[in-house]
Design a protein. Sequence first.
Length: 367
Amino acid sequence: MADSDASLVTDSSVLFEHREFHDHEQIVFCHDRSSGLKAIIGIHDTTLGPALGGTRMWNYASDEEALRDVLRLSRGMTYKAAISGLDLGGGKAVIIGDSKKDKSPEMMEAFGRYVDSLSGRYITAKDVGIDSQDMIAVRRQTPHVTGIPEEMGGSGDPSPVTAFGVYQGILAAAAFCWGDDSLKDRRILVQGVGYVGETLVRHLTEAGAEVLVSDIRADQLERMKRTYGARIVEADGVYETPMDIYAPCALGATLNDKSIAALRCSVIAGAANNQLAEEEKHGRMLMEKGITYAPDFLVNAGGLINVNSEIASYGRKEVMSRTEEIRRTTYEVLERSAREGMPAQNIAKKIAEERIHSMRSTQSGSN
Ligand code: NAD
């Protein structure tokens, strides 16, 4: 075998044999010399419709870490759209770099040209490290963008709707766990009080809960204390803190061997994507520990429901009523999980997969 062939084998094993590669349809590696853009767009599945998912900018330690993230996140979007009854597929993009130092309008425009080259197979939106101004720069190069400001005809920031959906998920999980969805005096710890976490803190405070907050940003924590009377918990003391509900709203993979062993709560429901470090193993560990776990991609779908309103042309009222549905679906998933003795995450994925398979059969039947 020639040297060049040998390197090809090594390269392909990085992707097609990657442990997070699960039948993804298309992975696009983007590099723009003049703006310094390095990005990966992942399209997982377009059976139900175009792949929609936000763009995240993060200072990844390696290209491998970025690839892993985009593979996991894009697959999660497939499940999220499917279980929420949306005619969308799953996709996501990551830009490699420090969003505070490396980002520029030229970089976002270059990214927009890559999105445009996919002719609508992938529709982008904002995620961690990306703001509305960035999306406006992307919009200059492609129409395949959602979540742009309302004054530009978009649906605006999806975060408040995401928070409302997470709140619905928490109500359902509380009803399932305690037979009563009242949050009065329940101790709830919100980890990460950014765009979503802050609105969630407001809902929980209004519902009479005792709210605890944790973040790495001292200014945000002080604001939560001042505005809502929330109690601050040090970032490294979160998992040991006795609480009724843990709401992870920062980054993913906070549910792992160490944290699950330490956790002292009855319910977990939050906005972060990919909360389970290893889906099978940690989903089962939570079930065995008797913790009610509301699947992340189910309860955090409000933002997706909101941006989808730009494509499917429905208004605010429908956005909120579809998001409220998260409560009923979460309760049904938890009941089925208990009945079948299977982790809730697996049940939610099963429901999503059933919808995709049934669409595939319809499509192949009509060919
Ligand atoms: P954000 O960046 O505004 O907020 C995240 C917060 O977490 C920040 O305040 C940050 O300082 C904090 N944080 C980071 N590391 C932390 C740590 N180790 N401990 C405690 N806090 C930490 O992001 P967001 O838009 O609020 O989204 C929160 C999460 O929800 C993300 O995982 C995102 O992918 C997910 N999500 C968001 C939406 C949406 O509509 N914004 C939709 C679905 C899922």
